[in-house]
Design a protein around this ligand. Structure first.
Ligand code: B16
Ligand code: MG
Length: 211
């Protein structure tokens, strides 16, 4: 496995790593679950981290006795996304976790490339809201992948965009599905939050500043 000093690129997950949009995802899904009378709490929500919108809905519907048609599911996912995007409206550069900008600048000054690897189709909107689009050399997100985490596609695409071999890339993730994706891509996996306690994580951290 590579050592920290051999890392040539850092690929950051977005929701739950750079911004606390994971809570906004939860609140938007909670509205849908409450409306459908389906049990849904933060523990179940942890299974949605890094998982695509439609796959997230399937996990929520596991607790429902009722069957939903593909059309109904599409409408529910769209409704959730409307609630979610509404909550993103109030986002500002102040919503970025701690001293993320300083850390990214430090990594860049050390010669590392920086990328985003997120399952979210709202990635560019969020980066725009927090004024961080220009921090990254590549943005791989829900709009350029066919399979979401734990599939490695999103991270392999990021490495390809950067022109860096996957073995020299480190991924920073808050989701178990994201750590699985990083390992499947042959990358070094740094876990924060929920992912810090996951056995497949190469290096657990409690703050981005520890990178
Ligand atoms: P959207 P990440 C993921 O983003 C979220 O963790 C996950 O909860 C969400 O369902 C997924 O994006 C899709 O998001 O509905 O905005 O396309 O953690 O990979 O940055
Ligand atoms: Mg995440």
């Amino acid at each position: 496995m590579i050592m920290d000093k051999e890392i040539k690129a850092y690929i950051f997950d977005l929701d739950g790593v750079l911004v606390f949009t994971d809570e906004l995802h939860y609140l938007a899904w909670k509205k849908i679950a409450d409306k459908l009378n389906i049990e849904f709490d933060r523990k179940i929500n942890n299974r949605l981290r890094g998982v695509s919108r439609m796959d997230s809905l399937e996990i929520i519907l596991e607790k429902s006795a009722k069957r939903y048609s593909e059309e109904q599911k599409k409408a529910l996912a769209e409704e959730k996304n409307e609630y979610y995007r509404e909550s993103l409206e109030t986002m500002t550069p102040d919503d970025v976790v701690g001293k993320v900008r300083e850390k990214l600048t430090e990594l860049r000054n050390a010669g590392c490339k920086l990328a985003i690897g997120s399952s979210s189709k709202n990635t560019k909107l969020i980066l725009n809201k927090i004024g961080m689009t220009d921090f990254f050399d590549a943005i791989s997100d829900g709009t350029n992948i066919t399979k979401s985490k734990p599939d490695p596609e999103v991270f392999l695409k990021a490495a390809e965009m950067l022109g860096i071999d996957p073995q020299y890339c480190a991924v920073v993730e808050d989701a178990e599905s994201g750590i699985d994706a990083a390992k499947a891509a042959g990358m070094y996996a740094i876990g924060i939050g929920e992912a810090a306690n996951y056995h497949k994580t190469d290096r657990p951290i409690s703050s981005i500043m520890e990178i």
